[in-house]
Write a protein that binds this ligand. Structure first.
Ligand SMILES: *Cc1c(COP(=O)(O)O)cnc(C)c1O
Length: 361
């Protein structure tokens, strides 16, 4: 078998080995159909079962009530930046956003492009998005409050979600979806691009509270309407079949092998602590996010200068660690340690970081 690296990619990112092995195992003949999952009809019984099972697992894992519907929509998280305001802004209402980094900024841009009355009620731009804002006032007449639960590029995360009273929360959870339990009640809509924590690229998993569907204008393109996807069990047109299938396997792994969100969170906390401990130990590495805003998923850090960072990334690569370069917009280093990144990979990384420090520090 070919050698697999310790994968710290930000997205597309590591998937559980067990899932990849099952995909390989049944790739040529999906459950006795004599066809690959990439060859069967999306209207066939086996595929219907794949969609229903992925939906049911999502419901069980999050303990979703009947008021929520689970959808799979092509176009990734970025299309949701458009679909959310287009579908949910209502008429004559303002929409509130909290800006915590690159992805929030893009979501705000799309809402403005649609001519919505956007109010940015808090932002951490004043300190280069290195923290989660604590002070904000939600507009009483807002159609929703949008926030990014985890900031993949800046390495910050909401430890506790914003409170919005009667205003429904809408969240981009792309990079920490299903990494920890949370109360779904305040949410009108949750979306997550699959390629960070739950599968391959190509899809956003969307959870919508059914009453939000009443707001969807009828005069919008069918492929941009949540109604089309809700009325057809995500089969309005040909979906990204392979991605939904792989998501189903990741959800099965999360539910049956890991044991659900509480267990996942405990593992994720332990993983993040190991890496932050090595960062905080001596000052050789420097975390870029404020401590009480640190992400458990994307750990961003710097070394004393760019030359040293380049050397760190290159030696890491040679030693079998991938994806440690920070986002091209911010530089530095980043270890993305999503659900599927194993404790073994974390321990190996921490050892490498200690050794590198001893040698270069
Ligand atoms: C990666 C990411 C996106 C963009 O996802 P696409 O599926 O590429 O559109 C949006 N939001 C967050 C928080 C992300 O991490």
């Amino acid at each position: 078998m070919s050698k697999r690296i310790h994968n710290f990619n930000a997205g597309p990112a590591a998937l559980p080995l067990q899932v990849l092995e099952q995909i390989k195992e049944e790739f040529l003949d999906y459950k006795g159909t004599g066809m690959s999952i990439t060859e069967i009809s999306h209207r066939s019984k086996p595929f219907e079962e794949i969609v229903n099972s992925a939906v049911d697992r999502t419901r069980r894992i999050l303990g979703l009530g009947e008021e929520f519907q689970v959808l799979f929509i092509q176009g990734g998280a970025s299309l949701q930046f458009t679909m959310v305001p287009m579908n949910l802004a209502g008429t004559g209402k303002r929409v509130d956003y909290i800006n915590t980094g690159t992805w929030s900024t893009k979501a705000i841009k799309e809402a403005k492009l649609l001519g919505k009355e956007v109010r940015v009620i808090a932002s951490s731009e004043d300190k280069n998005f290195s923290y989660i804002p604590r002070k904000y006032e939600v507009s009483k007449d807002a159609a929703y409050l949008h926030f990014t639960s985890n900031n993949t590029i800046k390495g910050t995360q909401w430890a506790e979600f914003p409170r919005s009273g009667n205003v429904p929360l809408v969240s981009d959870m792309s990079s920490d979806f299903l990494s920890r339990p949370f109360d779904t009640k305040p949410f009108g809509l949750i979306y997550a691009g699959a390629q960070k924590n739950i599968g391959p690229a190509g899809i956003a998993l969307v959870i919508i509270r059914r009453d939000m569907l009443e707001r969807v204008p009828s005069a919008i393109p069918s492929m941009l309407s949540y109604k089309s996807f809700a009325d057809s069990n995500s089969l309005y047109n040909t979906p990204s079949c392979f991605t939904i299938y792989a998501i189903g396997l990741v959800l099965k792994w999360l539910e049956e092998t890991i044991g659900g969100l509480k267990a996942m969170e405990a593992i994720n906390r332990e993983k993040a602590k190991l890496v932050y401990d090595v960062i905080d130990r001596s000052g050789f590495y420097r975390g870029t996010a404020e401590k009480d805003s640190r992400s458990l998923m994307n750990i961003t850090f710097r070394l004393q200068n760019e030359e040293m960072e380049a050397r760190f990334i290159s030696e890491a690569q040679k030693a079998g660690f991938g994806g440690l370069k920070g986002h091209r917009s911010v530089g530095g280093c980043r270890a993305s340690i999503y659900n599927a990144v194993t404790m073994d990979s974390i321990k190996s990384l921490v050892q490498f970081m200690s050794d590198f420090e001893a040698k270069a520090g």
